[in-house]
Design a protein around this ligand. Structure first.
Ligand code: HEC
Ligand code: HEC
Ligand code: HEC
Ligand code: HEC
Length: 445
């Protein structure tokens, strides 16, 4: 009986040993596989097409020199100058946002954006467009060239960003001859994607991040964050700064500006310290959007691979993906028609909410003005109303100034607009109370 019962127990002891060995082998193989995948993912894109024939000087601002080596990328890049087709909410036809929505004249009253504010166009137009805009005058700092020219990387290297930003726009302009170009995104000769804007380098550092450790797929988005972001001009030197130290969500950004006591301008009549959003495409997209979470990069949709005979290359004609949805969306979505329809639905919804938020802010401004004009409004309540207006308008603008009419992150866009509308209505009620209307704002706290 005892001898018999020993036998199966021994077998039981042997079985786990085999399982252990097998498990160890499987774990080891999986680790090697993951290692190889991570290694491959971090490798730069092998250069496709024609082999380099001309050595490029570091940070060469002249894209046509680079174009000798990479004719496909260069010729597609040149198309950004003339691809002037409109879409429902984007595209590249030059059009005035102020004419399309005259309420912006009230929302930006007292600020340069109420002078001229246009739909943006392709990368090759960056220099013409910044020089023609009525917002520029003899006091404008050189900082305004930061996202506009392939001369910048060399100038930043030579003079440092602090001096670049301090120089007046018209003076700095004498050294700026090229629109956006290869040197804004690539290292010469290796053609590696790189961060070229010192402000982005510093903003990432402030978050404890180093782009040199990023994967290739992360680089395919972060190069766009050299320019497609929210920023402000810090201090008297107008030092280009991204307000990312607390994070890149709108709440983090508004909190950052509040802590700093920063304002872009003061609203006339009400003296509200206002904020203007730039173009936070990267921040909205990276706020856990479906595509961002799925590992999709800006370049996937805006620079899809294209074939020309035997050559396969990234299309450098960066524009609205809706102008070429088969190439932009078709690489991942089998039903391109459905995807494009979803864009239309999302943009229509976001636009409807955006306009409702504008209504609320217009009412808040009217109420704050009226309360201020009485001359005897409760100063504490009036100040609360101003702070609410400041926050509401910055949140609205975060979506209004962003370039995709919500498509880059539909849930986040609608969340922000909902919150902005609420804050604007609170501002309106507070201002009415401050002006002597009976207390109607019942707070549960
Ligand atoms: C999943 C695809 C996709 C990704 C990823 C994506 N975009 Fe877009 N983007 C779009 C679509 C669609 C539009 C809307 C175009 C329109 O309305 O004509 C758009 C609009 C834009 C526009 C305005 C274009 C115009 O014609 O006015 C800019 C600028 C832009 N995106 C930049 C970015 C940046 C920067 C990133 C990464 C941070 C990014 N996009 C990521 C699909 C994408
Ligand atoms: C706005 C940023 C940007 C600019 C400006 C730019 N590129 Fe690129 N380029 C990219 C991105 C993003 C990729 C994709 C890289 C990857 O997948 O690793 C790329 C890829 C490339 C590649 C690798 C092969 C390929 O097609 O994927 C070459 C070569 C290249 N670009 C050449 C140029 C040249 C030449 C210019 C100037 C005429 C230029 N690029 C301007 C962003 C840019
Ligand atoms: C050096 C700054 C800079 C970089 C880097 C940059 N952009 Fe732009 N981008 C701009 C500016 C400035 C404009 C507007 C130009 C104008 O209106 O004249 C623009 C316009 C656009 C447009 C609108 C084009 C149109 O036809 O309306 C899209 C889309 C776009 N960029 C996407 C991207 C993507 C995607 C990347 C990264 C691969 C990127 N950009 C990198 C500065 C930059
Ligand atoms: C590199 C691959 C890739 C590209 C390019 C791409 N998508 Fe997607 N898309 C995805 C993934 C992954 C998802 C997540 C859901 C899924 O698996 O279908 C998604 C989801 C979506 C959704 C559903 C959104 C949601 O919140 O559930 C829409 C709408 C969409 N894509 C539209 C587009 C459009 C329009 C384009 C072109 C402008 C595009 N996509 C380009 C990969 C891509």
């Amino acid at each position: 009986m005892t001898a018999d019962s020993n036998h199966p127990t021994e077998m039981k002891r042997k079985a786990p040993l085999i399982v252990w060995i097998l498990t160890a082998i499987i774990v080891l193989m999986a680790a090697v596989l993951v290692g190889v995948m991570l290694y491959l993912k971090s490798q730069p894109q092998p250069t496709r097409g024609v082999a380099p024939i001309q050595q490029i000087a570091p940070m060469d601002p002249n894209s046509s020199n680079w174009g000798v080596n990479f004719p496909n990328q260069y010729s597609s890049f040149l198309k950004t100058e003339t691809n002037n087709s409109p879409t429902a909410f984007g595209g590249s036809a030059r059009s005035s946002k102020l004419e399309a929505d005259p309420r912006l004249l009230t929302l930006f009253a007292g600020y340069s954006f109420s002078k001229e504010y246009n739909e943006e166009r392709g990368h090759m137009n960056s220099l013409i467009d910044v020089r023609e805009i009525k917002r520029v005058d003899e006091t404008t700092p050189g900082t305004c060239y930061s996202c506009k020219s392939a001369n910048n990387p060399r100038l930043w290297d030579k003079m440092g960003m602090a001096d670049f930003d301090k120089t007046l726009f018209y003076d700095l302009g004498k050294q700026i001859t090229e629109p956006i170009g290869c040197a804004n995104c690539h290292e010469a000769n290796t053609m590696k994607l790189i961060v070229t804007n010192p402000a982005l380098e510093e903003a990432l550092q402030a978050q404890g991040k180093d782009w040199r450790t990023f994967t290739r797929q992360e680089m395919r988005s972060i190069v766009c964050a050299n320019c497609h972001v929210e920023y402000y001009f810090k201090g008297d030197g107008k030092y280009l700064t991204f307000p990312w130290a607390n994070g890149t969500r709108i709440e983090d950004i508004v909190g950052y500006y509040d802590e700093l006591g920063f304002k872009d301008w003061e609203y006339p009549d009400t003296k509200t310290p206002m904020l203007k959003a730039q173009h936070p495409d990267y921040e909205l997209f990276s706020a856990d959007s479906t595509h961002f979470k799925a590992g999709v990069a800006c370049a996937d949709c805006h620079m899809p691979y294209t074939r020309d005979g035997a050559a396969k290359f990234s299309n450098h004609n960066v524009h609205s993906p809706l102008l070429a949805p088969e190439a932009a969306c078709g690489q991942c979505h089998t039903d391109v028609g459905y995807s494009v329809n979803r864009v239309a639905t999302i943009q229509a919804q976001v636009n409807e909410r955006l306009l409702a938020t504008e209504d609320a802010i217009m009412d808040a401004i009217a109420a704050i003005k009226a309360a201020t004009l009485t001359g005897k409004a409760d100063p504490t309540q009036l100040d609360e109303a101003r702070q609410l207006h400041r926050q509401a308008q910055m949140m609205w603008d975060f979506i209004a100034a962003e370039n995709s009419m919500g498509f880059h992150n539909p849930e986040e866009a609608l969340r922000i607009l909902g919150k902005a509308t609420d804050l604007a209505r609170q501002a309106q009620v507070k201002a009415m109370q401050a002006g002597g209307a009976p207390s109607t704002l019942i707070s549960s706290q």
